[in-house]
Design a protein around this ligand. Sequence first.
Ligand SMILES: [Zn+2]
Length: 422
Amino acid sequence: MGKDWVDFRVVKQAVSMEMVLGHFHIDWLRGSNHELRGRCPIHKGEGDRSFHVNLSKNVFNCFSCKKHGNVLDLVAALDGSTVRDAALKLKGIFSPEGNQEGAQHPPGLAGRNDATAEPEVINPPLSFQLMVDFQHPYGQDRGVSRETLERFGAGLCGSKGTFARRFIFPLHRESGELVGYAGRSIDDQGPKYLFPPKEKGFHKSHLVYNLHRVCDLQSRRQPYVVVVEGFFDCMKVTDAGFPCVALIGSSLSVRQEELLTKCFSQIVLLFDGDAAGRGATEDCLRRLGRHCWMRAVSVEDGVQPDQLSIEAIEEILRPVVGDRESCEVEVVEDSPMASENNQARGEPDEPVNLELPKRITRRWLQGLSDEDLRKVEKQLSEESGSYQSYDHARVLSDQWHRAYDELLRRGLVVQKQLDQAT
Ligand SMILES: [Zn+2]
């Protein structure tokens, strides 16, 4: 086993939350029994009770920035690294593999039954490929060009087995390795979509569909991306000429959040016109908006982006991405990821031009009293616009997020309707 080999399960069993908190000098958390609370060390917000650690379950959760998970997730969030890098780091610091019976196990955690253990490797590369028939009309009947279907490798499965006679989409890691297929039923037989089994280490929540074709971490030549829910949405938007990735569903996982904010500085959301799509839009605006310049485009009720014509997609996306040249900077918070991005650009002291949503509609603030509404509108309008100093922008965006989080908490934010979204 090489030095880069790491068993997530062993690390999680051997390293406790106390050990991680100690290592990062997070000494301000207070609480009783197995529950600690305090200011969040990840998003560094003001709320002095937003961050919770459960010592008996060895997990953490921030009610404000929504980061949560085990010791690996915590280190990844604190370092702005991948979970794998976090595991390697913990292995290096605490060398758990040599200490499985050792004194580093806090008493009470030693016999813990870790039922949520991940497999050793998440989304291991696939050692075979399925035969794909690009001649089958299903994809083009859904309005995707033959060229895009071939580029995405999507078509009817010509191999025997689970995916036989299904319309399949190859799934890749961000680094480009094939890790499995998704198979859609085209004759209403069986479930609509099939994915590889979790027992084989497959987790779709760790994938962003089409990311490896769109993201170039080295050059960052592609600053913006359109994020959609499904495979056909993604191919259709690609056909319309926009760089696009899909969440493979309507929920944004912590891993997907990390991948998207690492690869892009500007994100446009184009989700389905239903409750799930609107919920996902809210969630993504709030979470990704801490790191990226964001826009959300809503489609009519009951409509999915892949049902729109190429012309209609162009029409709704062009105005939104068209003015991106005037929005120079997107980094809105002093996160590990943000400062890393800034250093990578080699221009930490450059003035920046930060744009926050300019117009807050009444629909968006439904439920506020008139007096509260005026207060919030005043606050938000004062904090919108362009700022010429990085620190200024950071402070204002922090205030904006706090106001927004408060509205969310009170259930008052209904829908975020941006200028060109309609
Ligand atoms: Zn937090």
